[in-house]
Write a protein that binds this ligand. Structure first.
Ligand code: ATP
Ligand code: MG
Length: 188
């Protein structure tokens, strides 16, 4: 434990560079998207501009969307509204995802955006709706100072390999399993 702290302290003492970072927040535990939105708040607090692309529209009435859409430095796009979960029209879903990625790519080409959040991007990749190599190439081609946060369960190994910071959130316990429905301010 003590040795680990020494190693971490030495690394912190060495860390003096600025760089646009790629972060992946994955795993089954709660806290992926809300962590990403915490970083959005941090960036805005510094007067930086933030782009958010949501690939799966889970809930149409979230507090984060209501709050961040009101902030002048935020571009907020929902890119997965056309997914046909029920009808299972794979070709249509792939087309929706590709159209969405074209819009996300615009954010990755915008040097005015200091932070881009690709919320739930792991799912269209997992279902094969988006081409992983194309996504990795677009991420690599972004402006050098731009930070990107990707959230979602089951992040592909190659995505984690390309990232600078990867956090795997563990599901130790969730109130949902005790019968508590999603709570405003906590879950949405
Ligand atoms: P959050 O947005 O709260 O940070 P998340 O992004 O980590 O959650 P998602 O898989 O995107 O997790 O799920 C979003 C919603 O599902 C939230 O309402 C969240 O509380 C809930 N949730 C997250 N993890 C679990 C879990 N392990 N069991 C049940 N519900 C969960
Ligand atoms: Mg999420």
């Amino acid at each position: 434990m003590r040795r680990k702290k020494q190693v971490v302290d030495a690394a912190i003492a060495r860390a003096d560079r600025d760089q646009g970072l790629l972060l992946v927040l994955t795993g089954n535990g709660k806290g992926k998207s809300s962590s990403a939105f915490g970083m959005a708040a941090r960036a805005l607090g510094h007067g930086l501009r933030v782009g958010v692309a949501q690939f799966i529209k889970g809930n149409s009435d979230t507090g984060e969307e209501a709050f961040f859409r009101r902030q002048p430095g935020v571009t907020w796009q929902v890119l997965g509204e056309g997914f046909t979960w029920e009808t299972q029209d794979r070709a249509r879903d792939a087309a929706t995802a590709r159209r969405g990625w074209a819009q996300a790519r615009e954010m990755l080409r915008d040097p005015n955006l200091a932070l881009v959040i690709l919320d739930e991007l792991t799912y269209p990749l997992k279902y094969g709706w988006l081409d992983l190599d194309e996504v990795l190439a677009d991420l690599a081609a972004r402006p050098s100072g731009q930070h990107v946060v990707i959230t979602g369960r089951g992040a592909h190994e190659a995505l984690c390999a390309a990232a600078d910071t990867v956090t795997d959130l563990a599901d130790v316990k969730h109130a949902f399993r005790a019968g508590v429905r999603a709570q405003r301010g906590i879950d949405l």
